[in-house]
Design a protein around this ligand. Structure first.
Ligand SMILES: CC(C)(COP(=O)(O)OP(=O)(O)OC[C@H]1O[C@@H](n2cnc3c(N)ncnc32)[C@H](O)[C@@H]1OP(=O)(O)O)[C@@H](O)C(=O)NCCC(=O)NCCS
Length: 153
C-alpha cells in the first residue's frame, strides 16, 4: 500500500460507494487527508486502486474508520493484507489498541476482523441509521501490545 493523496479520492470514493452500505462522502475522505489520519491505498499498475483503509490515531489508540476492497478484487486476501498493514503501522507508532465499529450483519468484515485478532467489546445501539432502518454497531478492539510491554507500562 502507499499513502493516499487527493488525486486518489475519486477512485477510493467510487469503491466506497459501490461496496459500503453507508458510504463516506468525498468530504469525509478529504477531511481524513487534511486531518493527517493514516490514509492508504492498495494500487497495482494493472488494476489501479483496488482498496483503501483509513486509521485515525488518538491518545495512544486508533480507530479504523473505513476499509474497502473493490468488488472485483474481494475474497483474494487483499482485505486481510491491508488490515495487517494498518495494524503494523499502528504498532510502529506505539499505539496500544485499534478499535472499530461494524454492523452485526456485515459477516464478511466481522470474520476478517476476528481472524486478525479483534474481539468484541461492546454494542452501540442504533449507531447506523437511515430513513428506513437502524442497526446497532458492534464495537471491536485489537490489542497491539505484547504481554511484556503491557507489564512495563
Ligand atoms: C470486508 C472486506 C474489506 C474484506 O475484504 P476481502 O479482500 O474480500 O477479504 P479477504 O479476501 O482478505 O478475506 C479475509 C477474511 O475475511 C472473511 N471474509 C471475506 N469476505 C467474506 C464473505 N463474503 N463472507 C464471509 N467471510 C468473508 C473471511 O474470513 C476471509 O478469510 P478466508 O478467505 O480465509 O475465509 C470486503 O468484503 C469489503 O470491502 N466489504 C465492503 C466494505 C466493508 O464492509 N468494510 C468494512 C466495514 S467499514
Amino acid at each position: 500500500m502507499r499513502a493516499m493523496t487527493r488525486d486518489d479520492v475519486d477512485a477510493a470514493l467510487a469503491i466506497e460507494q459501490a461496496v459500503q452500505r453507508f458510504p463516506w462522502t468525498r468530504g469525509n475522505f478529504v477531511d481524513a487527508l487534511n486531518s493527517g489520519y493514516l490514509c492508504r491505498v492498495d494500487v497495482t499498475q494493472e488494476d489501479g486502486i483496488r482498496g483503501y483503509a483509513i486509521l485515525m490515531p488518538a491518545a495512544g489508540e486508533a480507530e479504523l474508520l473505513t476499509i474497502g476492497v473493490a468488488a472485483a478484487q474481494q475474497r483474494k486476501g487483499l482485505g486481510r493484507a491491508m488490515l495487517s498493514e494498518m495494524l503494523d503501522a499502528a504498532r510502529e507508532r506505539n499505539l496500544r489498541r485499534v478499535f472499530l465499529e461494524v454492523r452485526p450483519s456485515n459477516v464478511a468484515a466481522i470474520n476478517l476482523y476476528r481472524s486478525a485478532g479483534f474481539g468484541e467489546i461492546g454494542v452501540r445501539q442504533g449507531y447506523y441509521q437511515n430513513t428506513n432502518d437502524s442497526e446497532d454497531a458492534l464495537v471491536m478492539a485489537c490489542d497491539l501490545m505484547q504481554a511484556g510491554e503491557r507489564e512495563n507500562g
